[in-house]
Design a protein around this ligand. Sequence first.
Ligand SMILES: Nc1nc2c(ncn2[C@@H]2O[C@H](COP(=O)(O)OP(=O)(O)OP(=O)(O)O)[C@@H](O)[C@H]2O)c(=O)[nH]1
Ligand SMILES: [Mg+2]
Length: 308
Amino acid sequence: MNLEEFLANEKTAAEGYRCGFIAIVGRPNVGKSTLMNHLIGQKISITSKKAQTTRNRVTGIYTDDTAQFVFVDTPGFQTYHRNALNDRLNLNVTEAVSGVDVIVFVVEALRFSDADRIVLKQLPKNTPVMLVVNKIDKNKAKDAATLDAFIAEVMQEFDFAGYEVVSAKHGLRIANLLAKLKSYLPESVPMYPEDMITDKSSRFLAAEIVREKLFRYLGEELPYAMNVEVEKFDAGEGIYHIYVAVLVDKENQKPIVIGKGGEKLKKISTEARLDMEKLFDCKIFLKVWVKVKSGWADDVRFLNELGL
Ligand SMILES: Nc1nc2c(ncn2[C@@H]2O[C@H](COP(=O)(O)OP(=O)(O)OP(=O)(O)O)[C@@H](O)[C@H]2O)c(=O)[nH]1
Ligand SMILES: [Mg+2]
């Protein structure tokens, strides 16, 4: 940083610029990743109809003239099926909430259950928690009295700092939520460059995009038994060459991913390539293939290698 930039930063701090961390937590499938993508205005965290789409913490950064918001999207807290992968996911959540300035606890409108309660129990006592009721676009949530009664009920469950209602998917009331969250951020100069939207590498984002397509185009159970490894990532001038292996647990899962005449795999890789072209803003050469690696979800050493 040169002197001029340093002085400019000093000035913004003096004028009450804010910057801080916000963790987004909640049970699987309430819309945490969709919400983060809309809060930062870019799709960097993958989403799907299936629970437990998010496996890693993903940081999304939103910067405007008055504040920098550093969001941490977390995996949905897993309350059953114990294995090394799920233990790791839960650890990711508890680590992500420690040391943030404010926590966004997401629930689905008109749905509150023990799975939500268990997440609340994991939260630290000394950090403000904002209740965010998502999916207010759903038909039953459109009745104001019903929604108000639901909010009053959930507010009893925890000492929330406040609440907001949103529809992440339709981008409704996102600005209101941002304004409320801003008041919890400490005065500080921005921590990241203003054009930075995530601290994750392009390599990680590429793997996530392929994983999203597996979640979207394969049956109910299979995506959970899979992972994705980027074997080569060449960021060339105007074109990236990306080589991705899909790891399945058993030999008989391989043909399901590949599909008849390779159709399924082709669809997955075409969709992934289009998303990558949008995100990286350049041409993409993408090769995806399937590899068998048994027992990976219970192999702690392998989870470390994958950075999970
Ligand atoms: N109708 C409606 N659907 C939504 C809304 N927000 C998210 N969804 C849908 O809910 C599903 C789950 O969304 P995700 O963002 O993947 O949920 P998540 O909480 O990150 O899920 P995990 O990462 O699996 O814990 C997807 O099908 C979304 O399209 C919303 O505001 N309205
Ligand atoms: Mg998610």
